[in-house]
Design a protein around this ligand. Sequence first.
Ligand SMILES: [Cu+2]
Length: 133
Amino acid sequence: MHRALTTLMLVAALGGVRSGTGAAQQREVVEMVAERFTFTPSRLEVPVGTTVEIHIRSEDTDHGFHLVNGPNVIVPKRRQGEAVVVFEAEAPGVYQFECSKLCGAGHNFMKGEIIVTGPNDNDDGAGAGNDDS
Ligand SMILES: [Cu+2]
């Protein structure tokens, strides 16, 4: 009787501590496709504190995935498997990536970015730079 009650109280206390720390570590898995001359998706947006696991496969030839100032991996050609890059979104900002294996005429345009949003970035992307009309 007494023991069960103690356990319950302990669990409640742990729960309180956890929610008090704010940004809980979360993991996001992204399936990305590389093909001449684009990555799909080419723009990822994740909240700070996220561990992003990017699985990249090719729909044609060999490509590369190079995160600027970060890992650089080969993306094997179609049906030859996938490359996996784990990105820890530790600080808000824009992190660019590019193809690092010469794949043809549009190779230099084959790039994308990971946008890490901070806890105070609450606008839904409508704002600066929106010039639709
Ligand atoms: Cu390339």
